[in-house]
Every structure is written in structure tokens, then in C-alpha cells.
Design a protein around this ligand. Structure first.
Ligand code: UD1
Ligand code: MG
Length: 461
């Protein structure tokens, strides 16, 4: 990647559009790709490509969008576009940020989550050649719906002279044949950006203020505009649920490639689903149909068997999970620990070498090193009002089908007889049995059978 750009860089992220085509109660840019709202991807890219200031433009009442944005970038300035009059009007909602900024200005769209930081850095770098505006373009297989980049055909070093941008609705049949499209990312290095933006009108098919009109306005002044070509796969602007699924597909392919490049084996990569922040170590084996929700970190040499679902979990080196393991937020699986089939772990730490191999629920707990949780054990952590903690000492053995009613402490090396309902603490190295005492009656079954057989025979006569 190119080093961060020399000039201070203000990035304005447009996120005020309602996204009507999504048919959703939720603002478009909050729809997620890889478990992160699309606008979050854009903010991350802005920072990674050398942005020094960030402004986000939201619609009235879109506090959920501004909250999501400031959570990721607490210093981002929030600007409200009162009416959704188009992208040109949206940029002007951040006029105060532009007026007080000395340096380059970058505009990004909150619905375009796949652009890589190095691509943005290349675009901003293109301003060094003397252009006052640079637009990130791409050659689209199907350009329908995108603004078309009208150039004079002169290209050097992948940079073309840009004359204007024509939106789909306003394009002539001939212009619609152009496959060179606007990604929405535009970089400016100009003294009078606000002056140019203020001249954008709404005399077009949509009656909207198109940011893209700024190109012909600047050209008319004799200012230089260029288009920089990037890869189509990065430029997808999400306008519908189908686009969202497409973006997710691209994100997942990248994540799978990154995991494999980092030294993980994915037996069937297309069936493994990652989040934006999943961390996978080396020599990790991931079997088919594994899902990583947000906040998962996997150490080295871990095996994750098929059909496991992990969210908010830390898994340390050489642990083994699944098949059908479920790790929920706060699960911390120590070195060499084992979480087997149909075992659910929530807010619980397994210390090194601890095991729960079959059919269990472990919530709000510590399981000491090398402790063994038998099949069917339930940690009863919730009384209907509060959650309580269970603490299992090192080397303890919990017999199958036990219920541990929290709060409760099982000492180091203690044993719990199978089928027990444990409501009181158990001291270290002791055995606890909390189940009906077994009663055996010698010969009873034989006598019973003989009596019943006789009864049945006489009834048949
Ligand atoms: C826009 C571009 C088009 C480009 C395409 C790339 C314009 C006029 N058109 O079209 O050239 O090829 O993106 O994906 O710029 N927004 C606001 N306020 C508004 C309108 C939009 O903040 O009043 C925001 C939206 O939230 C969105 C972004 O701007 O994040 C783009 O808006 P959208 O309506 O999706 O524009 P497109 O029709 O996709
Ligand atoms: Mg769009």
C-alpha cells in the first residue's frame, strides 16, 4: 500500500439516503456485511487510507447511524442533511467541515463497503499530477444504474481525462453503452470546493442535486478532472437486498482467502462464514459449515469440527471444538481444552485441558484446568431474575446428567455423582451425591414375571 497521503485528508461519508430499494425500516447503511454495518466498512477504509478527519452525513433522526459511526470513529463529525435532495446536497450538509479544513477532501458513499484502502490511497495520490478532482471508476459488466464516466479517451498510467459524469436516468442511448462507471468515491484538491458545490443544480431527470455534476462545473472553469480505474469487485454500491448478498459474497471470499493465506486449512472454504473482525491463527483446521459471528479470535493449531457456531469467543492454542459446538459471547476456551458435540458455552472460561465433550450447557462459569464435565450436565445459571456463577475447581469430575444450581462452587478434584442436582458448595476432593438412593430387591423381577405369565394364561382360557 502507498504511504498515507501528505495533505491532511477530510473524508465525508454520505449516509443520509433512506435506501428505499432495500424495503427496510432500517437505514440502508446499517445493513451488515460480515457482521459490520456497511458504513462501518467505509469508515474503516477511510482511516486506513490516511484520512485525518471524518464527517458523516445522516438523515434527520438517524441517530442509529450516527451512533454506529461514532462508536467506530469517536472523532467523526456528524452532519444532518435535512432533506434527501441528492448526493450534491448531502456533501453540502457538511459545509462547515469543508470550510474549516485545509487539505484534500474525499467523498465516499456509505453503501459501498468493499473498496480497499490501497485503492482509495491510489485515487488521492492521483491528485499529485495536478488534477483538482479525481473520480474512482471501474469497468462494469452491467453498468445499469451507475453514473457513466465520459472521458476524452486519453489515458496515461491508468488515469483518464474526465469530462463529465452522466447519471443513468439522464444518459442518451449512446452514453448508456459506456461501461466506465462512477464508484462514488471522489477526491478533491481545490481551493474553492464549496464554490463549485454551490453551483450544482437539480435540472435533471430525478430533480436531484447530483454530486457528479461537479465535474462539468469544474471543467467549465478550466480545472483538471481525472478518472482512476479500479476493480469492479470493489465498487459494488448496495441498493437492494440482492446487492447486499452479492457484497457479502465478495467479503466472504476475501475473508476465506485471508484465513488460508494466514495458514488455516478450510476443507470446503465456501461453507465457512467469517465476520469482519475474525482472527484465525496458523495451522487451524476448519471443517465444513462453520460460522464465525463477530468478536471471535482463534489461536494456533486449533481444530474446529463441522457445523460449529461461534460468536464473541476466544479460543486458545490447540483447543478442539465440535462437531456442533456453540460458543456464545464471553466463552474463553483455554489451551488443549475440548468442547464437543452439542455443547453450548456462554460467558464461561475453560482453563487449559478442561473438557465438556457431549450435550451440555455451561453458562456464567469457570471450569478449572483438566476438569471434566460429563454428558448432559447443565449449569443452572438463571433463576428467572438474575444470573449466577458456577465455579469448578481444577481436576474436578462432574458426572453425567448433573444439574449445578448456581451460585455454587465445586472444589479442586471433587467428584459429583451422575444425575445429581447440586445446590450447595462441594469441598475439594470430596464426592457429592444428590440423587435418590438406589433400592434393589433381589429376585423381585423373576417373581413378578412368573406371576403375570400365570395370570395371562388363566385369562386366555
Ligand atoms: C450514485 C452516483 C452514481 C454512482 C453510484 C455508485 C450520484 C448522483 N450518483 O448513484 O454516479 O455510479 O452512486 O454506487 O451521486 N445519499 C445521501 N443523501 C441523498 C442521497 C444519497 O446521503 O440525498 C447517500 C446515500 O445514503 C448513499 C449514497 O449517498 O450512501 C449514494 O446514494 P444512492 O441513492 O445509492 O445513489 P446511486 O443511485 O447509487
Ligand atoms: Mg447506491
Amino acid at each position: 500500500m502507498k504511504t498515507a497521503h501528505r495533505q491532511p485528508l477530510l473524508t465525508i461519508v454520505l449516509a443520509a439516503g433512506k435506501g428505499t430499494r432495500m424495503k427496510s425500516e432500517m437505514p440502508k447503511v446499517l445493513h451488515q456485511v460480515g457482521g459490520l454495518p456497511m458504513v462501518g466498512h467505509v469508515l474503516k477504509t477511510a482511516t486506513a487510507s490516511g484520512s485525518t478527519n471524518t464527517a458523516i452525513v445522516v438523515g434527520p433522526g438517524m441517530t442509529n447511524v450516527s451512533d454506529a459511526a461514532t462508536k467506530l470513529n469517536p472523532s467523526a463529525g456528524v452532519y444532518v442533511q435535512t432533506q434527501q435532495l441528492g448526493t450534491g446536497d448531502a456533501v453540502l450538509a457538511a459545509r462547515d467541515a469543508i470550510a474549516s479544513h485545509e487539505g484534500d477532501v474525499l467523498v465516499m458513499f456509505g453503501d459501498t463497503p468493499l473498496i480497499r484502502p490501497e485503492t482509495v490511497a491510489r485515487l488521492v495520490g492521483a491528485l499529485d499530477g495536478g488534477a483538482e478532482v479525481a473520480v474512482l471508476g471501474f469497468h462494469a459488466k452491467d453498468p445499469t444504474g451507475y453514473g457513466r464516466l465520459i472521458t476524452d479517451g486519453l489515458v496515461s498510467d491508468g488515469v483518464a481525462n474526465l469530462l463529465s459524469i452522466r447519471e443513468q436516468k439522464d444518459a442518451t442511448t449512446a452514453e448508456r453503452q459506456i461501461d466506465f462507471c462512477n464508484s462514488g468515491v471522489i477526491a478533491f484538491r481545490t481551493k474553492d470546493l464549496l464554490g463549485c458545490l454551490n453551483r450544482i443544480g437539480a435540472n435533471n431527470a430525478s430533480g436531484e442535486y447530483y454530486l457528479t455534476d461537479v465535474i462539468s462545473i469544474m471543467r467549465a472553469d478550466g480545472r483538471r478532472a481525472v478518472a482512476v480505474a479500479g476493480l469492479e469487485v470493489e465498487m459494488l454500491g448496495v441498493n437492494s437486498r440482492a446487492h447486499l448478498a452479492e457484497a457479502e459474497g465478495v467479503f466472504q471470499r476475501r475473508a476465506r482467502d485471508a484465513a488460508m493465506a494466514g495458514g488455516a486449512t478450510l476443507i470446503d472454504p465456501a461453507t465457512v462464514w467469517f465476520s469482519h473482525d475474525t482472527v484465525i491463527g496458523r495451522d487451524v483446521l476448519i471443517e465444513p459449515n462453520v460460522f464465525f459471528g463477530p468478536g471471535v479470535s482463534i489461536g494456533n493449531d486449533v481444530t474446529i469440527h463441522a457445523n460449529s457456531h461461534l460468536t464473541g469467543a476466544i479460543v486458545e492454542d490447540s483447543a478442539e471444538l465440535g462437531p456442533f459446538a456453540r460458543l456464545r459471547p464471553g466463552a474463553r476456551i483455554g489451551k488443549n481444552a475440548k468442547i464437543g458435540n452439542f455443547v453450548e458455552v456462554k460467558n464461561a472460561t475453560f482453563e487449559p485441558g478442561a473438557k465438556a465433550n457431549h450435550l451440555a450447557y455451561i453458562g456464567d462459569a469457570r471450569v478449572g484446568s483438566k476438569a471434566n464435565i460429563g454428558a448432559g450436565t447443565i449449569f443452572c445459571n438463571y433463576d428467572g431474575y438474575f444470573k449466577h456463577k458456577t465455579d469448578i475447581g481444577a481436576g474436578a469430575f462432574i458426572g453425567s446428567n448433573s444439574s449445578l444450581v448456581a451460585p455454587v462452587k465445586i472444589g479442586d478434584g471433587a467428584m459429583i455423582g451422575s444425575g445429581s442436582v447440586i445446590t450447595k458448595d462441594v469441598a475439594a476432593d470430596s464426592l457429592a451425591l444428590a440423587r435418590p438412593v438406589q433400592e434393589s430387591r433381589e429376585g423381585w423381577a423373576g417373581k413378578f414375571r412368573a406371576m403375570m405369565t400365570k395370570k395371562k394364561a388363566s385369562a386366555a382360557k
